[in-house]
Write a protein that binds this ligand. Structure first.
Ligand code: SF4
Length: 348
């Protein structure tokens, strides 16, 4: 659909065109044309060539990023949970310490065509998560934290294997919000080993401005979910008080860093923002608000994937669990994960 100002212009041209005189180049008095971009030009979505942002950092920038990553690990407030803990000594809400836990590292063919291409997207599925979605589609990875431990340096070596052996189009970091310092260190290490494919940050959007500042210059494609809009849905389905407040702030900051999605001539995305929304049963009104926000507050040229592959998973439809107290009594929901059940929720 055209922007309203563009429609205004079309109406003006049509009105002049019906006269058999040369159309005026200026609109009549009282009509102001404020279109965002010329309608006859395609937006600059095509790039001839692309060099990943992390390859353009100066040595000083690299040193600053490393230092910032280590300081965040010693006092972690990197996501809206704001645990404030030293991850060399203990763990916070995400239950992940100084190293990352990874479930799968492999070329992946389940992404958007512009991300997976012909050779696949070099996906790294991180275990653990800072959300607790009751409908989680990767429950065994995100909630149960199945996987193996890697240092940031070992992780960076895997990126290079994906590139050199797998010939993947990019390195795709799946659910990385809770391991941003380790991810930053791994990208910087892989840079020294010769990594040259774009980095995709595939996130729930439950990020903070501090973690996005650390990632600025390291990430090429931000691929955030926008899960739910209302506080009610956030509390019931995600175990977060106000997910949308964090997501709106984060997605605006992501777009400010990398802009709209750009492609090379082979159709592979290289840089920019790609937003996903998983439509859930009975929650269609949430989707309307999310799309409205993206159009009005991010960019009308945002690449948006409306996903339909919801399936009942994780805690959906399962009986409530009770946590045992020290005295052996049961009390409340275990880990609070079942807040989404009951009360007429269409998912539960
Ligand atoms: S990343 Fe983990 S430890 Fe850090 S604030 Fe978030 S939940 Fe807490």
């Amino acid at each position: 659909m055209l922007p309203s100002s563009g429609m205004q212009q079309l109406r003006v041209v049509a009105a002049f065109g019906c006269r058999r005189t040369r159309p005026r180049l200026l609109p009549p008095a009282g009509i102001v044309l404020t279109q965002r971009r010329p309608l006859h030009l395609a937006p600059p979505f095509l790039v001839d060539d692309y060099i990943p942002r992390y390859r353009l950092l100066s040595d000083v920038d690299v040193a600053k990023k490393r230092s910032l990553a280590y300081s965040h690990l010693r006092n972690c407030n990197l996501c809206p949970r704001l645990c404030g803990i030293n991850r060399y000594e203990t763990t916070g809400m995400c239950l992940i310490g100084e190293n990352v836990k990874v479930n799968v590292i492999a070329p992946h063919f389940g992404e958007e065509p512009c991300i997976q291409g012909h050779n696949g997207s070099g996906s790294v599925f991180f275990s653990g998560c800072n959300l607790r979605c009751s409908f989680c589609q990767n429950y065994d990875i995100a909630h149960q934290r199945n996987g193996f431990d890697l240092t940031p340096e070992e992780l960076g070596e895997w990126y290079v294997k994906l590139q050199d052996v797998g010939q993947v189009h990019n390195v795709n970091l799946v659910t990385p919000e809770h391991v941003v310092p380790q991810v930053a260190l791994s990208i910087l290490h892989a840079r020294t080993l010769g990594l040259k494919v774009p980095i995709v940050y595939n996130t729930s959007a439950f990020d903070s401005l501090a973690s996005l500042e650390l990632l600025d210059g390291l990430v090429d494609i931000y691929m955030p979910d926008f899960k739910v809009w209302s506080r009610k849905a956030s509390r019931r389905l995600l175990k977060a008080d106000d997910y949308a407040a964090a997501a709106t702030e984060s997605i605006r900051a992501m777009h400010a860093q990398v802009g709209d999605l750009c492609f090379t001539g082979d159709g592979i995305a290289k840089k920019g923002l790609l937003v996903r929304h998983l439509v859930m049963p009975g929650q269609e009104d949430e989707a309307k608000e999310i799309v409205k926000f993206i159009a009005e507050s991010v960019s009308r040229d945002t690449f948006l994937n409306i996903m339909e592959q919801y399936r009942p998973n994780a805690h959906v439809g399962k009986p409530r669990r009770r946590a045992k107290t020290k005295g052996g009594d049961t009390e409340g929901e275990e880990d609070g994960e079942a807040e989404g059940r009951g009360g007429g929720c269409a998912l539960c």
